[in-house]
Ligand binder design. Structure first.
Ligand code: ADP
Ligand code: MG
Length: 414
């Protein structure tokens, strides 16, 4: 476990935040789902902000919330945070105002108009190019709006942007309740996990996940692969994968990883069989050239479940098939339900992370049975590889002693 975070909890205990301007980096980037011309928003992410926001409100702070929303190419009404601010107000049953920009006079005026305990959501940070570029001038403009910075968004902690990393250079900074809670759970479950540990990795982002696998083979006892990742390994064995999702330039890396795995004693499980988009199954060693594997087959699912029966801890990232399109959801659902049953019977610590992974667990109806589902996808992966992420390190007491004292004093003065 790394040195501790500076925590909002400690600051609230130490002194008064009454009347202080507190900038909270939240993740208001909630999924918007469209079906049959209707749009629906998945608001589960918003509820996690409740502890920090209510505590700051209670303390009489004036709170300005920062977040990005989607991937805007400029300023556009469709990616405005105004409707999300209204949703947040409904969920928390609070009056929450909105500022049409996240820097400058428009933001300043709205913050100045807040009563003690008041909350305002500032417009999408990505309407400014300086956000993703982590531009110093933009970070300073954000920092100028507050006295203290609270990061409460684990899911964006792998991105060094102005509202996550840049701003910490200009304001006393700490971790909010949700971020602190997420890290505490990940540390508790994964610093010294109960063995045997099984990792299950599927999904589509092959290029960004292969480096993670190398790290995992040294930490886990069983590594089971599915989805696009498995196809690269099947191809690396010299077998035909037909039209299946694959990144051919990574085949060499997959081969090296297989050799490493054999030496490290980690058991590598590849699917014995696969299914196409209509559910027809084929042995993985004999995928026809016209076929695209869209899911793992029945034998593979059974083998994954059997391996899970030997494990005490499961780390899962990435759906096992193209679960959004039935019947290619069968493999993922079957394995997810098996993991959930074992977790319910307290025989397995089941930990999952990833945007689509969480959605797949939800659609299998087992989200709540998992020991923990990380809010972060990319952030969860990054954290598994290396806990030293600049955004989180900025919230840590780096050397203790003097520096800690100085930070505490700065926060008390702020
Ligand atoms: P996460 O968001 O959980 O980290 P990824 O973004 O890496 O996961 O991948 C999720 C996507 O992978 C899903 O949209 C799913 O449809 C796709 N996928 C999984 N298996 C396959 C497959 N065999 N063929 C095509 N797409 C797949
Ligand atoms: Mg994804």
């Amino acid at each position: 476990m790394l040195a501790g975070l500076r925590k909002l909890e400690d600051i609230l205990q130490r002194g008064s935040l009454c009347g202080k301007r507190v900038i909270v980096r939240a993740d208001l980037n909630i999924p918007v789902m469209t079906s049959g011309g209707q749009t629906a928003r998945d608001t589960s992410r918003l509820a996690q902000l409740r502890p920090s926001l209510l505590a700051l409100r209670e303390a009489g702070a004036r709170v300005a919330i920062l977040s990005h929303f989607g991937r805007p190419k400029g300023r556009g009404k469709d990616l405005s945070l105004a409707p999300v601010a209204a949703l947040l107000g409904e969920i928390l049953q609070l009056d929450i105002s909105f500022a049409p920009d996240c820097i400058g006079a428009a933001a300043e005026e709205k913050i100045a108009a807040l009563e003690e305990g008041g909350i305002v959501v500032l417009e999408n940070t990505r309407f400014h190019q300086g956000e993703k570029a982590n531009d110093k001038g933009f970070a300073r403009a954000l920092a100028a709006l507050g006295d203290i910075f609270v990061n409460d968004a684990f899911s964006v902690s792998h991105r060094n942007h102005a509202s996550t990393e840049g701003i910490t250079h200009y304001l006393p900074s700490c971790a909010g309740f949700a971020l602190d809670g997420e890290l505490a759970i990940l540390h508790r479950l994964l610093d010294d996990p109960e063995k045997p540990v099984m990792a299950l990795c599927g999904g589509a982002k092959i290029g960004s996940k292969l480096p993670l696998l190398r790290h995992l083979t040294r930490r886990v006892d069983i590594l089971a692969l599915a989805g696009g990742i498995a196809h690269v390994f099947i191809a690396a064995r010299g077998q035909e994968i037909g039209q299946s999702l694959c990144e051919h330039d990574l085949i060499g890396e997959a081969r090296a990883l297989m050799e490493e795995t054999a030496k490290s004693g980690c058991v590598l499980l590849l699917p014995q069989d696969v299914r196409d988009n209509r559910g027809a199954s084929y042995p993985a060693a004999a995928i026809p050239s016209h076929c695209a594997a869209r899911d793992i087959g029945e034998k593979a699912a059974a083998a994954f479940c059997e391996a899970m029966d030997k494990a005490q801890t499961l780390i899962w990232n990435g759906p096992l098939g193209a679960f959004e399109m039935p019947p290619s959801d069968e493999g993922t659902k079957r394995v997810a339900r098996h993991a959930a049953a074992r977790a319910r019977a307290v025989r397995l610590k089941a930990i999952a992370g990833g945007g689509e992974t969480a959605a797949a667990l939800n659609s299998a109806g087992v989200y709540g049975d998992f020991t923990h589902v990380s809010t972060g996808g990319g952030a969860f992966l990054r954290w598994l590889q290396d806990e030293h992420m600049p955004v989180l390190d900025a919230l840590r007491r780096k050397h203790g002693g003097d520096e800690e004292e100085a930070a505490a004093n700065a926060l008390a003065r702020a």
